[in-house]
Design a protein around this ligand. Structure first.
Ligand SMILES: CC(C)(COP(=O)(O)OP(=O)(O)OC[C@H]1O[C@@H](n2cnc3c(N)ncnc32)[C@H](O)[C@@H]1OP(=O)(O)O)[C@@H](O)C(=O)NCCC(=O)NCCS
Length: 189
């Protein structure tokens, strides 16, 4: 049985260890970084402004409203349990969240479950790829071997996205309506 000793005891990530900035061809300044508790308001706005279909696929409800406890947990994750990365757009000294991805470390400490969402207006700009690669990099640092996600079988966009990245897709134990996408973290760089 695996023990916690097999998990690298890295639970804090400095800004240098994980933060990445770039400017898009259209001149937008973007940054990939860990979320923090000061992002609560921005994160609430990000979720509120997602389309109903995005709400449906991410939260299972087309008009999902985050509770204060959800927001607190999502914006202040304990790094030995959960990693939450965001991409922010910086304009006029203001930051707006345009993408979010997180993983939750499973009790075996070898696997983590991820979820991801990119703002509707920012799809196909490479944000999803940067978020997944970021999670994979941090997962490897934490000694995690495998990442998986649960995807509704009707969510063809997400299924295509993960297949392109090399995830394998299987039916869940609950049935073919729910797919499980799995990847060995060593295989995505
Ligand atoms: C899936 C999702 C994360 C992709 O994010 P994105 O920022 O648009 O993806 P990227 O721009 O980084 O695309 C990366 C690659 O994925 C592929 N891809 C992404 N979306 C695709 C689509 N709809 N169809 C085909 N290929 C797609 C492309 O091959 C792309 O590679 P390319 O740049 O060489 O063309 C985004 O569409 C999203 O948030 N969807 C809803 C997520 C969701 O349902 N979450 C709940 C379950 S976890």
């Amino acid at each position: 049985m695996p023990t916690t000793a097999t998990l690298t005891k890295q639970t804090e990530f400095s800004e240098e260890q994980f933060s990445m900035q770039w400017v898009t061809a259209a001149g937008h300044a973007l940054k990939l970084r860990h979320i923090c508790k000061e992002d609560s308001f921005k994160f609430t706005s990000f979720i509120k402004n997602l389309s109903s279909i995005a709400h449906h696929f991410r939260f299972g409800s087309s008009n999902y409203k985050l509770s204060q406890v959800d927001i607190l947990n999502l914006c202040n994750p304990l790094p030995n349990e959960c990693i939450h990365l965001i991409i922010v757009l910086r304009e006029d000294d203001e930051e707006q969240i345009i993408g979010s991805a997180q993983y939750v470390i499973q009790s075996d400490r070898h696997r983590c479950e991820f979820s991801i969402i990119v703002a509707d207006d920012w799809k196909y700009h490479g944000l999803g790829l940067r978020l997944i690669n970021g999670l994979a990099k941090l997962g490897r640092v934490q000694g995690i071997k495998e990442m998986f996600g649960r995807i509704l079988s009707t969510n063809q966009e997400m299924i295509t996205f993960v297949q392109e990245l090399g995830f394998s897709i299987t039916d869940s134990a609950e049935g073919s309506w729910l797919k499980i996408a799995t990847i060995d973290l060593e295989s995505i760089r």
